[in-house]
Design a protein around this ligand. Structure first.
Ligand code: PRP
Ligand code: MG
Length: 226
């Protein structure tokens, strides 16, 4: 694995819910970040840090496999990926360094507005479209019900309208996407925020020194947001 050039490599979301806040956090820490359009690995000018811009669903694996030393990712994506890896027997260990104060959302089951919702048990046997089948199935197991899941990586809310599923399980932030697509939230199954994660193995040498400088700065920025 080519991750031994002494520079701390941090995976962040390229575009989406967490990307602006992640970049902003590092800038507030005093890092000279120049993210040129389409450049996917960016050298920080004033510290031995590289930012790697990737899809959020790839971040847990990149950190768990040691390709990146740190990552910023939503708890939902992290937990889904860890559950998936446990099933396939791949390494799923990581450390949650700290929870961050952005990217708050909930993972919820939603049904078409016209459905007369009769409680959790009435969800038994439904076909739900989701990006998070492991978290959804875990919720089902906890309640003694089963779902048929249908995986979509985005635009999940369209599924009931086109006959692909009875309902959905997806992230809700403001609720605007649900409303615009004629859906209502019926169960919150997971609440999530962005987190800073590291791999299982402790950092050493130059990388450990850089991390020890960076972490208090991050904590300072987070504290200032309180
Ligand atoms: C996310 C998420 C929901 C929506 C929630 O989708 O998957 O669909 O945002 O936000 P809201 O409650 O404020 O409407 P995103 O817009 O990132 O697109 P995608 O699902 O197609 O990736
Ligand atoms: Mg969406």
């Amino acid at each position: 694995m080519n991750n031994d050039n002494g520079r701390l490599r941090i995976a962040i979301q390229k575009s989406g819910r967490l990307s602006d806040s992640s970049q902003d956090l590092f800038k507030r820490c005093g890092l000279k970040v120049s993210l040129a359009d389409r450049k996917l690995l960016s050298h920080v000018g004033n510290m031995p840090i590289d930012l790697m811009l990737v899809r959020s669903s790839d971040i847990p694996g990149l950190v768990m496999d040691g390709v990146c030393d740190l990552g910023i990712v939503g708890d939902n994506t992290l937990e889904e990926h860890a559950l998936q890896r446990q099933l396939t027997g791949e390494t799923s260990a990581y450390n949650k360094v700290c929870s961050l104060k952005f990217g708050g959302c909930r993972l919820s089951i939603a049904l078409p507005e016209e459905v007369d919702y009769q409680g959790v048990q009435s969800l038994d046997g439904l076909r739900l479209a989701t990006t998070y089948p492991r978290l959804l199935n875990r919720f089902g197991e906890q309640h003694g019900i089963r779902f048929e899941t249908c995986k979509l990586n985005g635009s999940v809310e369209v599924a009931p309208r086109v006959g692909l599923a009875d309902g959905i399980c997806d992230l809700v932030s403001t609720g605007a996407t649900l409303e615009a697509n004629g859906l209502k939230e019926v169960e919150v199954i997971y609440t999530s925020k962005a987190a800073l994660i590291s791999g299982e193995k402790p950092l050493s040498g130059e990388k450990a020194k850089t991390f020890d400088k960076l972490l208090p700065r991050m904590q300072g920025v987070l504290k200032a947001k309180e």
